[in-house]
Design a protein around this ligand. Sequence first.
Ligand SMILES: Cc1ncc(COP(=O)(O)O)c(C=O)c1O
Length: 443
Amino acid sequence: MKETLAALVDPAVVDRRIESMGISDLGRASIREIKKLVDDIQKESGVAFVRMEMGIPGLPAVPIGVEAQANALKNGVASLYPDIQGVPDLKKEISRFVRNFLDIGVSPEHCLPTVGSMMGSLVAMLTVNRMHAEREGTLFIDPGFPVHKQQCRLLGHEFKSFDVYDYRGPRLRNKLESILASGKVSSILYSNPNNPAWICFTEDELKIIGEMAKAHDVVVIEDLAYFGMDFRRDYSRPGQPPFQPTVARYTDNFMLLISSSKAFSYAGERIGMLVVGDQLWQRREPDLKRYFASDLLGHAILFGTMYAITAGTSHSAQYGLAAILKAVNDGKYNFVENVREYGEKARIMKRMLTENGFYLVYDRDLDEPLGDGFYFTFAYPGMSGGELLRNLICYGISAITLGITGSTRTEGIRACTSLVRRDQLPELEERVKRFHRDFSARS
Ligand SMILES: Cc1ncc(COP(=O)(O)O)c(C=O)c1O
């Protein structure tokens, strides 16, 4: 077989490892399974992989946060329970942040710290999906982050999903209408920019989502894990347009999940933000009383859900995040500039792949090419996602398939740019070239 000539890792080793891990279909393997598989293959083969499977921030944490957090610890906050609703300084800065960068007004009272944005989505779905006894759960606009669906499963809620690839622009309206008309959906969840596809909804699309949410009284849970990272526009200047697009400008029925993991490289401290629209917070729904002491949504979120799950968010991390946000809000720290490196690497990596027989899977936002950011998606002619991943592993490259993200483009692979170092890029190019030489000769 040609593939064995230039492969860096013996394909027999790869196949044996896949089998011994009990993975029957590599196209369905989770991110953590792939990570373990590649760790093992790396150890056995001695080949240092170009690792593109996990979305770990590849940059140091913002020092302003680390310093403020260390000071808070020295000042004794470790021994004190934080209030569930968060420390006042942080709440104030979150409210300023959404005013400065989303151009929306939300009272500090309704800006809450969470243990990573993962907790925010859990809190949001757990509470919102219990507002109406006759409704069933969440609609995911896919492709998406697989863990959100796992949260829904754990909660015992139903979910629906569709791949937005074929429903961009005005077509989104009919698609949403066809699903929401059932009256069974409580919430809609998507990430924007999108993990894994890096599509970014246009203002028109967000308006459609907002209008549909209003028409069917559904809550939109908008995941802004990659806040400001559509580098085609400069969203970095506080209080000045352009602003990060958000559905919150088109409906009052919104909850925003803002992660500090990527924007501030603060993943290790597990702190994120849940921002609940002022009007939504005040909603009274009698069905909430089945689970909560109050029928007031905001009260249910705080004293029903958050209290029961974690009883608050790490005290010191709240001070760290408050300091970062204050610097960002005051225009003293440009967080977008600091993460622009991800986009630069994506541009170079996409070029390497497309010059060597690969093609991009999700490649356009309607009339514009996709931006270069944290993730991108690609495929190779004639291979399924599972086959492509197996073959890439033989060439010392790891990633995940789109099959696990709700994408209908099962031939695709998601690459994450963050862990690929600049000094690895020539190696990546060399491997991609070898791959193409072997596989183009095969066909
Ligand atoms: C779309 C999306 N949402 C949420 C998260 C998790 O964020 P956090 O680390 O704040 O829990 C990620 C992390 O990769 C993500 O990609």
